[in-house]
Design a protein around this ligand. Sequence first.
Ligand SMILES: NC(=O)c1ccc[n+]([C@@H]2O[C@H](COP(=O)([O-])OP(=O)(O)OC[C@H]3O[C@@H](n4cnc5c(N)ncnc54)[C@H](OP(=O)(O)O)[C@@H]3O)[C@@H](O)[C@H]2O)c1
Length: 245
Amino acid sequence: MRRVVLVTGGSRGIGAATVRRLAQLGFDVAFTYRTAKTEAEAVAREAEALGRRALPLPLDLEDLSRIKPTVDAVAEALGGLHVLVNNAGYVQRVPPESLSLEDWERMIRVGLTAPFLFIQAAVPHMKKAGWGRIVNVSSLRALTGSPHGAHYAAAKAGLLGLTKSFALALAPYGITVNAVCPGFVNTDINREQLRTRGQQILSQIPLGRVAQPEEVAALIAFLCTEEAGYITGATLSINGGLRMD
Ligand SMILES: NC(=O)c1ccc[n+]([C@@H]2O[C@H](COP(=O)([O-])OP(=O)(O)OC[C@H]3O[C@@H](n4cnc5c(N)ncnc54)[C@H](OP(=O)(O)O)[C@@H]3O)[C@@H](O)[C@H]2O)c1
């Protein structure tokens, strides 16, 4: 049976690597992007070259009202929905004491409320299939906090509670729900930080390097497979040893 995955933020970075990896594993792939249309179309062509169906969908996660219609449209177009990867996200460096309510609310909307609504919309399709996998991309910052991103750390920590709660609720239906917490990954999201503080950051990472997006994608993709069926409610760190729990 061909399984269908929906990845949010599949145009670049970890999301694009995840779409590629899951296409290699045989999944038909739908994914959202916000601005990077050219990159999204290139990722879709790569999946199609592997013989998969690919559906890139423009969607700004701030527009919560479009989430359920988007999920239903994917299931309609590709004949079901079996896997959801909540990956899209952004960072914003602001000291907590000067963080505006507007910036706080936008981060929580995109980083926590949107994933919640994606899960809610995806679950009926997974229940119908009698099988499902949900992976939420959290962050090392959920575990450590962030002096310049309280809203980011709060949204990512919220994702861990969301993950465990849905894992409990969905276990009877053969649906697993897990979270991954990447440390520093070589993507656009922290390009500036790595450029300005690269040496300092590397000196704190026992493995002495940042991760490649493909390494995080491999972990996410494993959680989406049949073989990962006994892992649920887990928080899996992938951080080069930066924090060992
Ligand atoms: N890179 C790291 O070191 C790191 C570490 C820990 C956790 N993470 C998490 O990993 C996930 C992926 O990050 P990344 O490093 O791959 O970042 P990235 O290369 O900047 O890619 C971010 C993706 O999210 C999409 N996106 C951003 N804001 C969006 C919005 N408001 N609505 C819809 N889509 C939006 C982007 O779409 P467009 O490109 O089309 O605009 C893009 O596809 C994020 O949740 C991030 O917090 C990353």
